[in-house]
Ligand binder design. Sequence first.
Ligand SMILES: Cc1cc2nc3c(=O)[nH]c(=O)nc-3n(C[C@H](O)[C@H](O)[C@H](O)COP(=O)(O)OP(=O)(O)OC[C@H]3O[C@@H](n4cnc5c(N)ncnc54)[C@H](O)[C@@H]3O)c2cc1C
Length: 466
Amino acid sequence: MPAESFDAIIIGAGQAGTPLAYALAEAGRRVAFVESDHLGGSCINYGCAPTKALLASAQRAHHVRTAGELGIKAPEPVVDFAAVIERMHTLRQNSRDSLHRKLTVDRDGISVIRGRASFTAPHTLEIALAPGKTQQLTAPLIFINTGTKASVPDIEGLADSGYLTSDSLLLGLKEQPEHLIIMGGSYIGVEFSQMFCRLGTRVTIIDTKPRLMAREDPDVSHPLEAVLEKAGVELVLGAETRRVSRAADGSITVMVAAKDGERRLRGSHLLVAVGREPNTQDLGLEHTGVTLDEDGYIEVNEHLQTGTRGVYALGDIKGGPQFTHIAYDDYRIVRDALLHNGQRTTAHRPLPYVVFTEPQLGRIGLSKGEAKEKGIPYRVSRLPARTIGRAVQTGETDGFVEVLVGEDDRLLGAAVFCEQGGEIMTMFQLAMAGRLRYQELEDMILAHPSWAEVLNNAFQRLKPGE
Ligand SMILES: Cc1cc2nc3c(=O)[nH]c(=O)nc-3n(C[C@H](O)[C@H](O)[C@H](O)COP(=O)(O)OP(=O)(O)OC[C@H]3O[C@@H](n4cnc5c(N)ncnc54)[C@H](O)[C@@H]3O)c2cc1C
């Protein structure tokens, strides 16, 4: 059977591929949109959206539990774990249904093909539709948007222990863990730790690094650790996991080599959250000129072009920071290049991100460590959250707002660890994009008493960076 010909093929219905399919179809191109699993990719199915749905339930439980601090008497909340999980599933299913409708009913020009794609030649793909059933597709333009999956380290006993990953937990966990051990203290592990702790699960985080979120400055990691420890999360840091085993009673034992010797941690569930790995293994890339870096991610230039003409890689699969807003910006780069003669590239784009704990950690631009490493002179101001009027009124006094200012008085970066940290960080990002001097923020009239007023006060303690 000859390969069916399209103007473009998109492999993977993720955060870059989906808007690209819409844009190409709207421009009159015939698009084959191939997805081996659910539409929406990781963000909708096993990433941002389901974690934030669970976090919302956990935060509500916490607010009820702590209502007494604001003079409101409420009984200890009862967490109906099944209902919490059901709510997440419902929201996810709504997103899937809406996507399905938008792609198949509301739009012409997109053929959604459910199957696993692999290259057989630089511009030809074989789609495994069902056992023994395949379809051949060809197009001058091919977009690889196949994302990542949870990576699982090679640790004795782990493979047979019935561990969870964020993917399997979000898609299939039914029972509430009594004691969740989380291997990995980066943002995924950290968000899950506070979420489960607030839902009433005992939580332990193990990490090989000496601190959580080890890419952040130490004085960002430590306040986050303090908040989690105060809430009851046990931290076992600087600890190497040696062995994992499951006992006949269903409990999981994790043996770690910690600073103070070997420790045996016993829990009911183990979540492995040590990073992600690219879905490049069975893509048949050996039939193309597409090259991979040492971690298996697809190598691209700043226009997201691979080593094969007309083949692009977008989103997590191309390596670098893995966020939905970055994948979406990859879509903009390709859309503008192909449809609007645009010159947008990956070079010099900002990298905002938010860790959705409470308080949130919002980050943009340079950290102190990065500024030092790059030899960029800076001044820094750190405002404790307890000095912010809004924080005092709402009782959300944990955390700080830290801003780095360059020699030209313009902002270099910010770490905002406080209530509404993500939104406040975004205001700093806007100021950076508009190249405002810090004095303009300091003297701007801002509504009182809003969190935004932080922009007036954030620079009060500016002092030279060390
Ligand atoms: C637990 C968790 C929480 C997260 N929280 C956030 C957050 O709060 N904010 C944020 O910005 N980011 C978050 N992320 C990251 C975010 O989900 C990803 O960066 C983003 O979804 C990447 O999108 P993508 O376009 O690269 O592709 P993906 O969304 O990963 O989609 C790839 C798709 O390709 C399909 N596929 C793979 N191989 C094939 C094949 N051979 N043939 C056909 N189809 C294939 C897959 O089934 C998948 O649907 C989180 C991630 C995780 C795991």
